[in-house]
Design a protein around this ligand. Structure first.
Ligand code: NCD
Ligand code: ZN
Length: 345
């Protein structure tokens, strides 16, 4: 039985760090284990220009614990007014690593998202030209589409036509949650990849809804049936290059989660790697963990894998149930089973 495993230091290819007091509280949780993270731009107001991304990056660096080598990789929030020249400049300067597409109203702070997909065509064409990836929140917002079907319908109605209209556009399907999403990502050629979260590998929709309502398991895209979770586990543990880790760790203070209209988001930064180790071990796939968490994402984004390593040791990790923040207590995602792997640097 493997007792310890040393892998290249992981990167998180989809992370919400927020700003201000929340940023200060959650950043050390990610910086402890991850070398880099692709930082989502859905602040209020959103990060839409290169200048705003640069200022946000400076705030993140200022909030880092002393001595941390963590590097935030910045994204821009794609709107119908995004200037292709600003995007290209930001990419050329090495500041902007992706644009984020939220269909308007799809999730937390997505009011500035895209409604008319024809209006973003010039930006998408420019991105295809320079090879800058588009990260896609793949859910339709049509109120007539059942929330459990929104990912599959998005692929058919939006993603496939968009990719056809902009050949060469590099796309990351963010936080896929369905067998349909996995199948589409697999068949999409080298310009298509998909991130998978730690929590979608361990919960299905029963965890949210059966035996009482569990707000800390509510996130978007919402967890689906068990057969979909199984498809995600198979994809993640396969080691296939087009699947990699994006935790979508999305902190909301308890007062915003435990509310008649509770916010979507699971905060997993603290224990995501321990959770992954258990998931991969159950599938007899610990040997693929490094590809999923540390290699595949960097390769897709055209970056070197990290030179530093982390070591996972078979020992139950201590993790806090709650973290105190300036905005109130924040509950850490509970996988619902005892974790068996501790992470050390
Ligand atoms: C995210 C958030 O809170 O910013 N919430 C979530 O449930 N994942 C937004 C998002 O990525 O959809
Ligand atoms: Zn997210």
């Amino acid at each position: 039985m493997t007792q310890s495993l040393t892998i290249r230091r992981p990167d998180d290819w989809h992370l919400h760090l927020r700003d201000g007091a929340m940023l200060a509280a959650v950043l050390p949780e990610t910086a402890r284990h991850f070398a880099r993270a692709l930082v989502m731009p859905n602040l209020v107001p959103p990060v839409v220009t290169t200048a705003q991304a640069r200022a946000y990056r400076t705030r993140i660096l200022a909030a880092l614990p002393a001595g941390s080598a963590f590097r935030p990789l910045m994204t821009l929030y794609l709107t119908e007014d995004t200037d292709p020249a600003d995007v290209a400049r930001g990419a050329e300067q090495g500041l902007i690593h992706a644009l984020k597409l939220y269909p308007a109203g799809a999730t937390t702070n997505s009011a500035s998202g895209v409604t008319d997909f024809d209006r973003i065509r010039p930006v998408l064409d420019r991105m295809a030209e320079i090879g800058l990836p588009l990260c896609v929140h793949g859910e339709v917002t049509d109120p007539d589409v059942d929330i459990f079907d929104r990912e599959a319908v998005f692929i058919e109605r939006i993603l496939e036509p968009m990719r056809r209209a902009t050949p060469g556009l590099r796309v990351v399907m963010e936080h896929v949650t369905t067998a349909e999403g996995v199948a589409y990502a697999k068949g999409g050629g080298p310009s298509l990849a998909a991130t998978i979260t730690a929590h979608h590998l361990v919960i299905n929709r029963n965890h949210i809804l059966a035996g009482g309502l569990h707000p800390h398991y509510y996130c978007l895209p919402v967890a689906k049936r068990e057969e979909h979770r199984r498809a995600l586990v198979a994809a993640a543990t396969s080691g296939a290059a087009r699947f990699f880790l994006g935790t979508d760790s999305a902190p909301h203070p308890d007062q915003a989660k435990l509310n008649p209209c509770g916010c979507a988001g699971c905060f997993t930064a603290t224990n995501a790697l321990s959770i992954l180790a258990d998931v991969f071990e159950r599938e007899n796939a610990l040997q693929s963990l490094e590809a999923f968490a540390s290699l595949n994402g960097a390769a897709f984004y055209g970056l070197e894998a990290n030179a530093q390593t982390v070591t996972l040791t078979r020992r139950q990790p201590a993790w806090p149930r709650r973290i105190e923040t300036g905005d109130g207590p924040l509950t850490v995602f509970d996988p619902g089973f005892a974790l068996n792997w501790s992470v050390s640097n």
